[in-house]
Design a protein around this ligand. Structure first.
Ligand code: ATR
Length: 276
């Protein structure tokens, strides 16, 4: 008999995770199904126990439960420890293990674009929230020593750097300074919610000072091309949108649950077809 998987979040009706996981199950002939579950914050503890009882083999966790679910799990994988948040739960014979596949998903996706080894790139991260932290610490874990952080609230960027568990030479910059000094960076990663649907005309900084060879990356995938990426494209820069991260984080979760590699290109195509 097949297994049941899912995603818990609130709101959840617009999640594209069921589309891409169910496509992967069908393509690989795996008799399993992935469903979106709307879980309010007040229902989280009950939901986790219910899913354990129902032997749901694995599920993704999204806003607003990524941090608050931690006390209800039995163990945290190092990826969840690094991020301080969980986006994937694996049920191993009733034992619930929290992982975070966002950072590694982003890294895998970015590496498809890079012209030189990851560690040789000078990187600027825009934003200092949960998403920025997960990416920053993952890249630092893999040996990136040249990552700076810019954020509207400078102290939050400083705190992120201070809390980094890896050796680093990171500097916190104001948005204004970052914009002026953008020419120093090989990769610029936009992690804030600025530009997220429906505020599709907003961007945190301009990329007009970026160097010609720079990769301009945005983790937002709805819209597929944010105002930030549109400006970069008009300037002739290489752009990298959030679809890659979304598909790769799902793929790593899928691999943890099934031990099999899902069809990445087909999954990305589903997202592009729906949102593009
Ligand atoms: P997430 O977990 O998705 O990263 P978060 O923890 O709420 O979300 O972080 C949001 C990030 O977007 C922060 O870096 C925030 O900047 P502040 O630390 O100054 O709040 C940034 N952000 C949100 N709205 C913004 C805006 N209008 N302009 C610039 N930055 C903004």
């Amino acid at each position: 008999m097949g297994n049941l998987y899912g995603v818990i979040g609130c709101p959840i009706s617009h999640s594209m995770s069921p589309d891409i996981h169910n496509l992967a199950f069908t393509t690989l002939n795996i008799d399993s199904y992935y469903k979106a579950f709307h879980i309010e914050p007040s229902q989280l503890a009950e939901a986790v126990e219910a899913m354990r009882l129902l032997e749901i083999k694995g599920y993704n966790v999204t806003i607003p439960h990524k941090v608050s679910i931690i006390p209800y799990l039995d163990e945290l994988d190092v990826t969840a420890q690094i991020a301080g948040a969980v986006n994937t739960v694996v049920n191993v014979d009733g034992k619930l293990i929290g992982h975070n596949t966002d950072g590694n998903g982003y890294k895998r996706s970015l590496e498809e674009m890079l012209l030189k080894p990851l560690q040789d790139n000078k990187i600027l991260i825009i934003g200092a929230g949960g998403a920025a932290g997960g990416i920053y610490y993952t890249l630092a874990h893999y040996g990136c020593r040249n990552i700076d952080i810019t954020n509207r609230t400078l102290q939050t960027a400083e705190k992120l750097i201070e809390d980094c568990p890896y050796e680093n030479n990171s500097t916190a910059l104001s948005l204004l300074n970052a914009e002026a000094q953008l020419g120093h960076y090989d990769v610029v990663i936009q992690t804030t919610a600025v530009g997220l649907y429906p505020n599709i005309n907003e961007q945190p900084i301009s990329v007009k000072n970026a160097k010609g060879s720079a990769i301009i990356s945005d983790i937002v995938y709805n819209p597929i091309k944010t105002a930030f990426l549109k400006e970069a494209e008009q300037l002739g820069l290489t752009i990298h949108n959030g679809v890659g991260m979304f598909v790769h984080q799902a793929a790593i979760a899928f691999e943890l649950w099934t031990g099999q590699k899902p069809p990445l290109n087909e999954m990305a195509k589903v997202v592009h077809d729906k949102l593009g």
